[in-house]
Design a protein around this ligand. Sequence first.
Ligand SMILES: Nc1ncnc2c1ncn2[C@@H]1O[C@H](COP(=O)(O)OP(=O)(O)OP(=O)(O)O)[C@@H](O)[C@H]1O
Length: 731
Amino acid sequence: MQQFRTLISRRAPRSLGRLSGPGTAAARVVPLYNCVLASKTPLYATSGCMHSLMRSISSEALSREPPHEDLYNAASLDTASAQNEYVPVPFKSYKNVDPETMRAITNVLKFETASKVQDQIISRMPIKGDILVKAKTGTGKTIAFLISAIEAIRREYAQSPDRKRKGRSIGCLIISPTRELAKQIAIEAEKLVKFQGWGVQQVVGGESMNRQLAGLSRMRSDIVIGTPGRVVDFLQNQESFKEQVAATKVLILDEADMMLDMGFRSEVDKIIENMPADRQSFLVSATIDKKVKALASKLLSREVEEIDCVGKDDANTHANVKQEYIQADFSQHLPVMSDLINSHIARNKAEGRGAKIVVFLPTVKAADFYGNVLRNMLSKNAPSEDMALNRSRAPRFGNRGRNTFDDVVSLYVLHGRLSQITRTRRSNIFRGFPVNAGSTSILVTTDVSARGVDYPDVSMVIQAGIPSETPAYIHRLGRTGRAGKSGEGVILLSPMEMPFLKEIKDVPIIESEKYTPEYIQKVCNFETDSGKHFASRWARVLERLDPEQAFAAYISLVAFFAASKDLIRNPNNEMIIDGVKDALKPFDLPPPSLPRGLQMQLSSSSSNRGGYGNSGQRGNGYNRSNNRMRDEGYNRSNISREGGGSYQGSGYGSRNGYDRNNRNDRENRGERQSWMGRGSRNDRGSRNDRETQGGRQSWMGRGRNDRGGRDGQNSGFSRGGGGSNWDGSRF
Ligand SMILES: Nc1ncnc2c1ncn2[C@@H]1O[C@H](COP(=O)(O)OP(=O)(O)OP(=O)(O)O)[C@@H](O)[C@H]1O
């Protein structure tokens, strides 16, 4: 890897404020490509942000302003890969950025130095061809592509001044996969064009079409940010918009791979068809996979330049974000999550900081359900969502000094099935939530929040289960450790999901030392330090439990795994059902009947029997006794379960083994209250287990869940409506 050299003094950072701000002394450094900063210690990892890194740069060095080439040889470097993203190039040193844009960068955004991706793009301006940009999460890609787009639009306007007129044309069209991201880009764009006097319009789903159309026809539309569905809707139904797009010369597809994963391929194709051939196109993401390259070959028809700021030998995640995985059964996910959150709050509090946590769930229904349960577990008075939202506007957060269970915990659920008003409101509140000691804010969400969304100061990301696609692991994790800050990332994997570790073998993830099977068992039995608090709150959770919501979450998980087999080495359908079946065990609820549509989906793909379906998986997986993933895979033989039961000898495919363990668990636990159920009620669960054991029929036939209707399709979770109502939505 080519290394460039910087002049850096080791002065202690004075401020822990923004990434860069007024008065910052920045070195004159012009590194290109894979630049590495000089520092024995990872400066921003300890100080907490890039701003402090900037402040550590000698003002003497700045005043000398040596030419770029000299800087390459000016000092010796250490490899501190995490710092690579924050190459301190003062914005003012770029002569190819328009003065009005520069004014916005320094006065409105108050950025002084460019990140690596920004440096890469600005250094190439004016960019004439198409580009494919890959850079790590949270490193300022949005500003990078906006600056370049603004320059392209300016050149365009210089040639045809008429194009600037209101309602006439669109300077640049930016497509984003989600509404939250579109809005965020719009906010950044408005700041950047403040002194140009330009207009930024949104063509985003879930909001008034008339207002958006009025904006497009009556105001300037120099930058238009849209989501694929609404843009295509306008293209098909609004002739004036179609004409505007037909003359738009700059197209940016942000998070292109997510757009494809969300099924927007045909929308993207339609948008491209409606744009002129001589447009300039940008494809931007932190991960560029084969699908995106295929799209790129169609989209980027002209001269294409690939800007890869990650580098072949570098992990795609940040070194300043610690990554761990925990193996836990579905039945243990909630206790483990609560314990993880509680420990994180306590740790941050000891350091005088609050906690801001994002919890990812695989489906919308699971996010709703887990969000409710976690709210009851973690909030002292478990306010409703709206009470929590109102309270979060109050000036004071938290009760400093008390134990974490007395802290204010505000928890919001966010996914694509909420109304746009609610989505925007919750997302704005979470974004603005201050990270004061004693205050905790938690966002329980789906992969709708995995990409691009910038929530400042997120201190921890918990992934409760695998994501909807492999790259989403990196994007989810990327909600923390942004802009040079540090963070923590934990993924909970059920045994069935463990093969996912092979999908992410290039990231530096280790097995958690703390959450051993024994410790997890203690957590589940309320035997940890915080156990007594959990015990009393767990009673509240059970009291307030909405079984319909629980069943819907369960069914959505089955549907999710049925659709995501390829990420976990293709378990067969029985394995999926078996793998998820314990999810409702802590609530004393048996697995519900699966809706007919889902059953049909499962049976139609039942020929797909991967290696996981066979017993005798040991030796093919990951060895938990080792703290590292091993290529050979996963050895379950040394996992002990509660009551001395063990998976040993049962092979993953064996229902018998599983149920035997369940019975043992029950006997050993007796009436003791724990996450895993309570005495007699538990027996109901066991009956269900037996039914399940007896054959697939029990999943489809009458169970406790048929009370909602005759039709197994709707039973258990669709009270009123007919037709197929199962919902495995991932976003
Ligand atoms: N040069 C800069 N100086 C200071 N802060 C910056 C700079 N560039 C971007 N930021 C800030 O860093 C944060 C992350 O930026 P941004 O959201 O553009 O990252 P990204 O690379 O697009 O991330 P993702 O891959 O998650 O989409 C934002 O809060 C942004 O305002």
